[in-house]
Design a protein around this ligand. Sequence first.
Ligand code: GAP
Length: 477
Amino acid sequence: MKTRPHKATLEALISLCKRRGFIFQSSELYDGLNGFWDYGPLGCELKRRVREAWWKAMVQRREDVVGLDSAIIMHPRVWEASGHTTSFADPMVDCRACRKRFRADVLCEEQGQQLVQTAQGYSLPEGIKCPACGARDLTPPRAFNLMFKTFVGPLEEESAVAYLRPETAQGIFVQFQNVLAVSRQKIPFGIAQIGKAFRNEINPRHFTFRSREFEQMELEYFIKPGSDTQWYEYWVAERLKWYEAIGLPATSLQASAYPPDKLAHYAKACTDVLYDFPFGWQELEGIAARGAFDLTQHQTHSGKSMEYFDPETREKFIPHVIEPSAGVDRVALALLCEAYREEWVPKADVAGEPRRAEPGKPVPEGYEPRTVMAFAPAMAPIQVAVFPLLKNKPELVAQARTVFSQLQRRWTCFWDQTGAIGRRYRRQDEIGTPFGVTIDFQTLQDQTVTLRDRDTMQQDHVHVDDLQAYIAKKIAY
Ligand code: GAP
């Protein structure tokens, strides 16, 4: 598969994320905790955009999907029924020389081989070595359960063991009958949930891509048995459209269907939506046709019916499920990767075309470098920046404050009155603010403001009364 030349190296992106407050290492003060990340002022806005865009598309703009917010810690029997207690495990190996620990399947893949799986379990192919110290002294692979354990109540005993959920989906399945009873939905219909999930990943890596604490956006869409293919294909197409709508171009996306021999035993089909990350094509979301597996498991383990009564045909059946399951953090990371650009721009910052910077070449005469995060306007963490041209002119500041407070009611805005206007624009470019509004002396005369576009750097004069409509049109999602 061809990988396109990338705009961002992961290193450049990580550095910008820290410098500008998108993402920090968790517990950095104490040297960090591997696999955990904190989202700073801009990162938490970006994640909010992702969640909001998903919720709008999957719940708010549909009649057949309702929401749920279930607890992170559930009865441990939920995880017995779902199969997580016994089989939610990755094969793990240890290096006897340097004592580092790795995921065996990933290690084999990185060294151009495949982990051997037999009825007896896993074994390593010949010649696999430790990527840290090079020793060929690895333990045989053994299953490592990824669920984080904790205790409910004051006693740390076996009967008090509980787990942090490794997916949000099970919260939906166990509330299926309650939601059905109150929501006046008929099949086909869905239940959507956004929330934290936890997996004790053996090798967290690629920045936030594989973390130990992350957030999922999951839909369980309940259907009549037999309509699986129709709804599965529908959801694969819908989900691809959504990624394009939030600013990931079709050329950076790919739908990768699982071959039948790679499917889970209960699954009828599964497609991963992949994004072209700087570290290769990797999964953003999985869309799976899971049959009646989950509801049947919960019916068996709880002894309570998970059947649906169809009022039209008067039949009873356990619904089948199509599950689009995406990660907030991975979508946010893809948006960051896609947005990052290094450019050369004309110095005066009036008119003129920005040019893509050519690595290794000097900045041409009359140009200066800029880093710009070209988020789709609807996804930008800060949507509008407001600048009074001069901070020591009270009439300009007062007028700018009026504009700012009007815009703030609808969008996330940033106030900046310090420094030369070109510098203020540049600071906003680097965090991806699509619109800059400058209040200058002309504003005092005719109530027009200067509206600067982040990508083209073009400046238009817009009447303050038309400003909201102008911005709303561009930010519409
Ligand atoms: N209920 C199905 C399920 O959980 P999954 O493929 O294991 O399926 C769904 O997870 C999505 O959750 C992934 O496509 C990914 O976006 C996100 N995800 C899973 N593990 C993750 C991790 N360790 N770090 C960040 N995101 C993760």
